[in-house]
Write a protein that binds this ligand. Structure first.
Ligand code: ATP
Length: 360
């Protein structure tokens, strides 16, 4: 049997600028039809990764394949990729039809072929009635479809997108996410989408690639990233408010407190990770004792900022509970809620055995 062919595959790709690695031995494989999101803080190398795949930068090391073809040494024009950039980059003085046709003309596509592709792309994206308009006469969603049309009119179904929604206001951005995701699915496109917005990544990605300082921290579905982060970096980066991270001392107990936990912590300095919504009010005698510092009431739920020893802890509880600042509460959690990390390496440790670990 032949090995599965990936739409995009990188093997140990590195790009080095004078004093640092923009991407450092990056390997990843994206399946055909997947919507993959590259997520990470500013400067972590997302755009560099996209530019390497597009052929706008050349790697110092490693290999890039598109649909099974080694493209590492090929110029951008021969990689058969579509690109959508920030704020769509449509030409304001050209009509929708001219915007769509621009790339084909540059490439010297014959007139008959151009007209056929224009008609087909306009039909696919529902732009037939808008071909004579200028970008300024279009809604945000229509502009997005023109930008996407321009990326796929040449027959390309593998598209790279660099923060295409970053210049839109929050409401429009939200609508556009859904529309873009639906279009990608309908057209069976493979998309590699760069963003620094975790809500965008979790909401849109089949798979999310989390980058940190030029390296990949984790590649996983949004659910796995959220529930089983592979490192402290991912645990901190994903989730609002972020995961609570409590250093454990030998004992094991939460550092600086008397709270003993039945966690297997032999020989390791560990960090206990608990999502705010997985903390719940515990009956007297159970759970850990916290002091409520502040309460942010959000309607359906409330976010409590609490203190335990010298650590801060957020808990998301049902809004109707309305605890008051200054109150002392006991918080517990279910066994599956626990994440454990090695404090020195920051890597995730194997899940502890169940039944586990009520505070005692
Ligand atoms: P942002 O979200 O801010 O766009 P990013 O994750 O896309 O950031 P990159 O633009 O890929 O990050 O940059 C990665 C690192 O490489 C940064 O430290 C950046 O300063 C550096 N860098 C990017 N391009 C060059 C260049 N042409 N020469 C030197 N350094 C560069």
């Amino acid at each position: 049997m032949l090995p599965p062919m990936h739409a995009i595959r990188l093997d140990n790709v590195s790009k080095h600028y004078t004093d640092h690695h923009a991407t450092d031995a990056v390997s990843l494989a994206i399946e055909p039809g997947q919507f993959a999101v590259v997520l990470g803080p500013s400067g972590c190398g997302k755009t560099t990764l996209l530019r390497l795949i597009a052929g706008l930068e050349h790697p110092d090391d490693g290999r890039i394949e598109l649909h099974g073809r080694d493209v590492t040494g090929l110029p951008p024009g021969r990689r058969e990729l579509g690109m959508v950039f920030q704020s769509y980059a449509l030409f304001p003085h050209l009509s929708v039809a001219e915007n769509l046709l621009f790339g084909l003309k540059l490439r010297g596509t014959r007139r008959n072929d151009r007209q056929r592709r224009l008609a087909e792309t306009a039909r696919l994206l529902g732009l037939e009635a808008l071909l004579a308009r200028k970008p300024s006469q279009l809604s945000g969603g229509q502009q997005q479809r023109v930008a996407l049309g321009r990326a796929i009119i040449g027959g390309r179904r593998t598209v790279l997108m660099d923060e295409p929604l970053s210049n839109l206001d929050a409401k429009l951005r939200h609508e556009m996410r859904r529309e873009l995701r639906n279009l990608a699915r309908e057209l069976d496109m493979t998309v590699l989408y760069v963003t620094h917005d975790q809500a965008e990544a979790l909401g849109m990605g089949d798979v999310v690639v989390v980058m940190n300082q030029g390296r990949i921290e984790q590649i996983a579905s949004p659910e796995i990233l959220y529930e089983r982060p592979s490192s402290l970096f991912v645990a901190r980066f994903i989730g609002t408010p972020p995961m609570n991270l409590l250093p454990l001392q030998a004992g094991p107990r939460i550092e600086g407190t008397d709270h003993l936990l039945s966690i297997v912590a032999e020989g390791h300095e560990q960090v206990l990770g608990l999502r705010p919504e997985q903390l719940e009010l515990a009956p007297p005698g159970a759970g850990i004792e916290v002091l409520v510092d502040a309460v942010e009431y959000l309607g359906a739920d409330a976010v409590l900022s609490c203190r335990i020893g010298r650590h801060e802890l957020s808990a998301r509880v049902p809004g109707r509970l309305r605890p008051q600042p200054g109150e002392i509460l006991r918080l517990g959690w279910k066994p599956h809620a626990v994440n454990l990390f090695d404090a020195a390496s920051g890597r995730r440790l194997p899940d502890p055995p169940v039944p586990f670990p009520q505070a005692r």
